[in-house]
Design a protein around this ligand. Structure first.
Ligand SMILES: [Zn+2]
Length: 310
């Protein structure tokens, strides 16, 4: 039987694996005492869990992306050496599973210098690792952090992509952006922020005027609706519209503070208010309605109210 290794897949995993080492080295700059808590390397996809008490902020994410892509463009060789465990530790190699290593170990090194917005920075990734890597950082192609989350209070997880997956992702983002730009009727993505501010302002203004309109409408309905009467109530009002019952409450309180009133809508929401000398709780209980409230006012949602006052 011949063993066939899918070259595409093999390179995709190698790119993600070497990028994992670079990510680990950059995280160690931010969290000097961090430890790898787990890692998954797949085709141009990597997941890296590490010990940290917080997530990265946006500046740190941007910087790691920038630095690792610079390391890629600067084309540093990925050096693989066999040496003794002692020598490797002397080099400063990160070792994760101390007990697992024999006398001879494999050291994977990427060392160099890059220029960032914060000045010159050393790149130093030295790890004990038996896995396969690309020969040169340029072979990674591209690197991008796509998400981070807390998997436990002391463990954070970063997911990143490499190589063609970054291009695919950018293409997808561009496509979404194109749709948004065209739906908003603007010409370029740079106009997006202004347009969104404008749309949100319009939305807030509309919501505010709608609210005052509803309040006027409600007052009108509550004052003029044909109201029934019976021995318990001065007024029984059915609100035909599906209006938020919170608004009804506000209007009713000012309009009917001296009467026994029952207001309900077609969904069975009701409000029962009484004069100070009669108990709203007692009337609601007598009618068999499910309610909450106090002596002067109870509320509830009980479709039985629709049957009671048809
Ligand atoms: Zn490794």
């Amino acid at each position: 039987m011949k063993l066939v290794v899918d070259q595409d897949q093999r390179y995709a995993k190698m790119r993600a694996h070497t990028a994992t080492h670079l990510l680990h080295a950059e995280l160690a700059k931010i969290f000097p005492n961090t430890k790898q808590a787990g890692s998954l390397v797949d085709d141009d996809y990597l997941r890296f869990d590490f010990a940290a008490d917080r997530l990265l902020d946006q500046y740190e994410v941007d910087k790691i992306n920038k630095v690792i892509n610079q390391i890629i463009y600067f084309a540093y060789p990925v050096k693989v050496d066999e040496t003794s465990y002692k020598e490797a530790i002397k080099l400063g190699a990160k070792a994760f599973f101390e007990d697992k290593y024999g006398d001879e170990v494999r050291v994977v090194q990427i060392v160099g210098n890059i220029e960032t917005q914060d000045g010159k920075e050393a790149v130093k990734s030295i790890e004990l690792c038996g896995g396969t890597h690309v020969e040169n950082t340029k072979d990674i192609g591209c690197f991008m952090i796509v998400s981070q989350e807390a998997v436990a209070s002391w463990v954070k997880r970063i997911v990143a992509i490499t190589g063609p997956k970054v291009y695919e992702r950018m293409q997808e983002v561009q496509w979404i952006l194109d749709v948004v730009v065209s739906k908003l009727g603007i010409k370029t993505a740079t106009q997006l922020e202004d347009k969104l501010d404008k749309v949100m302002k319009e939305h807030d203004e509309m919501a505010a005027s709608l609210e005052s309109l509803v309040s006027v409408l409600l007052t009108n309905i509550l004052t003029n609706a044909p109201a029934k009467k019976d021995k318990d109530f001065d007024k029984i009002i059915n609100i035909p519209l599906n209006i938020n019952f919170k608004n009804v409450l506000t209007s009713a309180k000012t309009l009917f503070d001296k009467q026994n009133v029952l207001i309900y809508n077609d969904e069975g929401n009701f409000l029962l208010m009484t004069k100070t000398w009669s108990s709203a709780k007692a009337i609601a209980t007598k009618l068999g309605l499910k309610w909450w409230g106090n002596e002067q006012m109870v509320q509830g949602r009980d479709e039985k109210v629709l049957e009671l006052f048809k």
